[in-house]
Ligand binder design. Structure first.
Ligand code: ZN
Length: 470
């Protein structure tokens, strides 16, 4: 290309820059009204209270899982959503019946523990074996088979410290990969320190995953004080023998469903803002902060928007996802089923980190839509929500799968200082939900959902749009 042609091409680009996505001033005014109304909302509390009281624990595939779906369908219909439907989700059904552990020698005493999701059962009468401890997954990886075979592997990483922002990622890696790695080296069972910062004797469950071709073994988490106790005993230097009796395991396949409700938009009803939470919970508590609150926040925010004298242009879709806890089954199924028409899901956010206040907004959208996110941030600022313009936002746990197939994401990050002590434990109960903080969440969701649903232009959702570069 000659220089003059190049100069011409630079001065008059043939491809016009795409028009920026904008938010009308009138919508900002309505959003401010919604925000105030949400701060007096009682629906989110009623839903959290109702689901945790009338259904209780909702382990995926259990009898209560089916009752939770019926409860949710009835609630969505009673709230006047325009359309309520289900989409099937199939997964291996895991059950927990009983669990017990004790130190046999050198200092006999019981230990508090809980089996991990997809743990195998111990043989009838329990399993007795010596403990071999490792400091990390890497140390277990490096160990010779002879050091592990026939033993109970224990990994006791440092206790999670949420205030220092340390530990959940590392701990959940140990939980997710440790049992399979131990089994591949012939271990009889696997134990880890609970992935949580607190000092109660209520251990944290959570899912683990056995690689293809690796046999499932018994796998469980000790509460933090019990992990401390085991470590003190190990330090005495004598062989430590445990007896484990876990009655749990996979019982075939189960088909549950995502429960979906939609509030129809005014002029572009085929496009929708995607929100929700997961309907299942672990079985130890009643799943109040994980994740009845998430479903309640999304539903209450959508309901407030539906009550406006003038609906936003686009629809609001709330999904109560199936079986998030044992491996994002509902989110992945939704992403698979809707991937071809993912452009219709203009933006998505869901709450799955408790019910404490939202402290930060981040988003992953096309560059031309950044100005619209800036406007949403402006409308959220009075709620004390900071905006990190440069950090990504995949929308939330279930929505991460939907984001991965091309939906733009907006993340409303909660203060999780209290959350990690309770989730996945018997302590995840309604008394942990704080009404004022729950309302702040509803306000933030209502504002973000309304403004995006009323925006002129899109946020960049299309198949493969936000796929990570290798
Ligand atoms: Zn959750």
């Amino acid at each position: 290309m000659r220089l003059s042609t190049l100069a011409l091409a630079l001065a008059f680009p043939l491809v016009a820059a795409a028009a920026p996505t904008t938010i009308p001033d009138a919508a900002m005014k309505t959003a401010a009204e919604l925000r105030e109304r949400a701060l007096a909302d009682t629906l989110a509390w009623e839903i959290t209270e109702g689901l945790t009281t009338e259904v209780g624990p909702r382990l995926a595939g259990s009898e209560a899982d089916a009752r939770a779906r019926e409860w949710m369908i009835a609630r969505f219909k009673a709230l006047g959503f325009d359309k309520v439907w289900t989409e099937p989700v199939t997964y291996p059904k895991w059950v927990r019946r009983s669990e017990h552990a004790e130190i046999v020698s050198p200092f006999p005493q019981p230990l508090a523990l809980t089996a991990l999701g997809y743990s195998a059962a111990t043989p009838d009468g329990g399993l007795r074996a010596e403990v071999v401890a490792f400091e990390s997954l890497e140390a277990l990886q490096a160990a010779a088979r002879e050091a592990v075979e026939g033993r109970i592997v224990y990994i006791g990483t440092t206790r999670m410290d949420e205030k220092a922002g340390r530990g959940y990622g590392q701990g959940s890696q140990v939980r997710g990969r440790g049992p399979s790695l131990a089994s591949s080296k012939g271990a009889a069972a696997f134990l880890l320190r609970s992935v949580g910062p607190e000092d109660t004797r209520l251990p944290h469950t959570g899912v683990t995953r056995f690689e293809d071709g690796v046999a499932a073994i018994p796998a469980a988490a000790l509460s933090n004080p019990d992990a401390d106790q085991l470590e003190r005993i190990l330090k005495r230097g004598q062989p430590v023998v445990l007896r484990l009796a876990l009655d749990c395991g996979i019982e075939g396949e189960y088909t549950g469903a995502n429960v979906i409700a939609e509030m129809r938009g005014r002029s572009r009803p085929n496009e929708y803002y995607l929100t929700g939470g997961h309907l299942d919970s672990w079985d130890l508590g009643t799943g109040a902060v994980d994740d009845a609150a998430g479903i309640a926040i999304a539903t209450a925010a959508a309901h407030l928007i539906a009550q406006l004298p003038k609906r936003p242009a686009r629809s609001i879709r709330v999904v109560a996802f199936a079986n998030e806890e044992a491996g994002l089954y509902g989110g992945r199924e939704y992403a698979e089923k809707h991937r071809k028409e993912i452009a219709r899901a203009i933006l998505g956010s869901e709450s799955d980190a408790g019910s404490d206040r939202i402290v930060k907004l981040t988003a992953t959208v096309k560059p031309e839509a950044r100005g619209a996110i800036d406007r949403i941030a402006e409308a959220l600022a009075p709620l004390g929500i900071e905006y990190d313009r440069n950090a990504p936002g995949a929308g939330g746990s279930d929505l991460s799968a939907v984001h991965a197939v091309g939906m733009a994401g907006l993340s409303l990050h909660q203060d999780t200082t209290r959350y990690f002590a309770w989730h996945h434990t018997a302590n995840d109960t309604l008394d942990k939900v704080d009404l004022e903080q729950l309302r702040q969440n509803v306000a933030a969701y209502a504002v973000a959902m309304y403004l995006a649903a009323e925006a002129k232009g899109d946020f960049g959702s299309k198949p493969g749009a936000f796929a990570r570069k290798p």
